[in-house]
Write a protein that binds this ligand. Structure first.
Ligand code: BMA
Length: 357
């Protein structure tokens, strides 16, 4: 696998956005290139906790099964807005920052989502009791100052993700996700397309103003219909670097295949017209009851599309039956090893420094 990666060195065109750090620009270029050969595998909260363990050192359910960390670590900033020490899933932010820097140093890639609280009620992302939250946080709105301070907290954290010699770690930031649904306060029923786009613009402006130049921005609605539908709320090519989609397997294998094929066809078409990297930003089959899900279901679909990465969700320690990667003894363990061994899947050891050269 690593031999194939050598074509990455010295051949990369830089992104046009000179406001991004060199490492961040190179990551974007390399994400696009890697799609010609395969994709990075990612897991949410991978080194933080898993089945029966919490905040151990150097531990990961993925590593326990295949001997390697995922290429991508995904974490969530939810509760950073309130100045909390730990996020909504009890991950301490200091530990997160440490794992982010460590992962960058081993050549890995980091993505951050943000299950941001509700600035009207003080509750969480899922509180949709007030139908006009977005409007109140835009410039001129009564909660604008509060939300602006929340964005400061995000920018401060992202800026603080630095190596000891001061290199800022590139971060794929993916806020306001699954906005085509109705379960988050930024969802489609609760704001106009224009308001949603203004929320992104305001967020982007704040990150720029705070000098958070180590960010690639990913947009990820779920259950795509067609390109027009995707573009309706799209924040725009000037902001977004990666076109994403979230898709879970909730019902049958056929239903998942139909939906995921539609999603990825839409992204593939847009990747050509918008010249952007594409990714399956969240997916998974809760509890993975199908022992060959990795190779027969997930792989057989996604290998047909030029995606840069796929991220599966967390192995919750605090919620029984809420896990998305195998642990030793789990039904899909062997199939996951087969998936790992497929030359199209990239994990941490495959990368070395290839994503940043
Ligand atoms: C959801 C679930 C929740 C979790 C949230 C943020 O999909 O996993 O338990 O709090 O993501 O990570």
């Amino acid at each position: 696998v690593f031999v194939a990666m050598c074509m990455f060195t010295g051949c990369c065109t830089e992104s046009a956005d000179k406001t991004k750090t060199p490492e961040t620009q190179r990551l974007l270029t390399n994400l696009t290139k890697i799609a010609e050969q395969g994709f990075l595998f990612g897991h949410h909260d991978d080194p933080m906790y898993g089945i029966t363990w919490y905040l151990d050192d150097d531990r990961s359910d993925v590593k326990s099964v295949c001997g390697d960390y995922p290429a991508i670590f995904s974490f969530d900033l939810g509760k950073i807005e309130y100045g909390a020490d730990s996020n909504l899933d009890k991950v301490p932010f200091e530990r997160m920052r440490h794992e982010i820097v460590n992962h960058f140093e081993r050549g890995g890639v980091v993505t951050l989502s943000w299950h941001v609280g509700n600035p009207v009620t003080g509750s969480d992302s899922w509180d949709v009791s007030d139908k006009n939250v977005v409007e109140t946080i835009l410039p001129g709105g009564k909660n604008h100052d509060t939300f602006s301070h929340w964005l400061d907290n995000v920018a401060d954290f992202i800026n603080a993700c630095q190596t000891t010699n001061g290199t800022k770690v590139p971060i794929i930031f993916r806020p306001y996700h699954e906005n085509s649904g109705h379960w988050f306060w930024w969802g489609r029923p609760y704001c106009t397309a224009e308001q949603y786009q203004q929320l992104w613009q305001m967020t982007y402006n704040k990150m720029q103003e705070k000098g958070a130049t180590n960010i690639l921005y990913a947009y990820s609605p779920q259950d795509l219909i067609d390109t027009n539908d995707y573009l309706e709320r799209y924040p725009g090519d000037a902001i977004i670097d990666i076109l994403g989609v979230d898709q879970y397997r909730f019902t049958s294998a056929d239903d998942y295949a139909t939906k995921l094929n539609t999603d990825l066809q839409v992204l593939e078409a847009l990747s050509k017209t918008h010249n952007k990297a594409i990714a399956l930003t969240e997916t998974g089959y809760e509890c993975i009851p199908d022992s060959v899900w990795w190779t027969q279901s997930l792989m057989s679909i996604i290998e047909q599309y030029p995606i840069s990465y796929v991220v599966v969700w967390r192995n919750a320690v605090n919620r029984p039956n809420h896990y998305y990667v195998p642990y030793p003894g789990q039904a899909s363990e062997q199939d996951f090893v087969n998936f790992y061994n497929n030359p199209k899947t990239f994990f941490a050891k495959d990368l070395k420094q290839a994503m940043y050269k």
